[in-house]
Design a protein around this ligand. Sequence first.
Ligand code: SF4
Ligand SMILES: [Zn+2]
Ligand SMILES: [Zn+2]
Length: 310
Amino acid sequence: MASGTSMICSLCGERAILSQRYSGLHLCREHFIQDFERRVAETLQKRNMVREGDCIAVAVSGGKDSTALLFSLSRVLVEIDVELVAVTIDEGIAGYRDDTIVAAKAIAEQLSLEHHIVSFREEYGLDLDEMVSGKRVAPCTYCGVFRKSALNRAAKRLGADKVATGHNLDDEAQTVMMNYLKGDIERLLRFRPWRAQKGLVPRIKPLQEIPEKEIALYCMVNDVFVQSRECPYANLSLRADVRDMLSGLEREAPGTKLSAVQGFEKIVAMAQGSYSQMDLAACQRCGEPCVKELCKACELLGSLRSGSNQ
Ligand code: SF4
Ligand SMILES: [Zn+2]
Ligand SMILES: [Zn+2]
């Protein structure tokens, strides 16, 4: 972010609001917005994320990432025949999700978009709080599995062609690093979506090359309301430690997060073909795509009911 008052935009000489250390540019409000939206458009194009006529279910939690996602997509795709539908997953996290749902509603309404709310309770019979209460389990693992499944189910009901999520560069760098740390490279490569799978709505991440800090700034300069409350479970994961480590490295060497993600993309490109993508089957209980007989959500629900993870 800009420090001091003397910094000027590298492109027009106006007062800069952002110093992009990794690009060496200083940007004013207008050029920052342009730069942000250009990068979103480039990511969409580079990865063939969107086609004319697509209906895109945009996962909107009400936090800054998904708010910026919905806002920027509505601007970048304004001249393309694409329908955006906002979908909010209510995991059932007391003291957190209710506020963010209000924010999600507000941004969908501001952009005049259809908005659907899908809850864990309706889909699976339990709130996240109930699933994890009194158990020695990582809430984020449950949350991630059920959210992915609920989003896929909702997208299919809405007839969406894609699901867009607000994962940013920081999230992507953390995921790459976490998989390295867990030695999970093979699994990561196998599940790389090289081709469409039956029953699985393709997922796109248009903000995957944009740093978290710039996303917050984008919301701020566009004056979109953002709920900044943090999930009470957020610090209980390996991700939180990896996030702190990567932020420290980024301070020392600007560009580290981007090179972690781009380096992984190179490995993926080199490995393409060495690991065949598995064909997914349909879960015997709920019909969602899965690798084994049951999908991960049904497997977890089963263990919750039998109490095998107390
Ligand atoms: S921090 Fe974890 S539990 Fe909270 S919303 Fe995110 S994934 Fe879910
Ligand atoms: Zn400028
Ligand atoms: Zn299932």
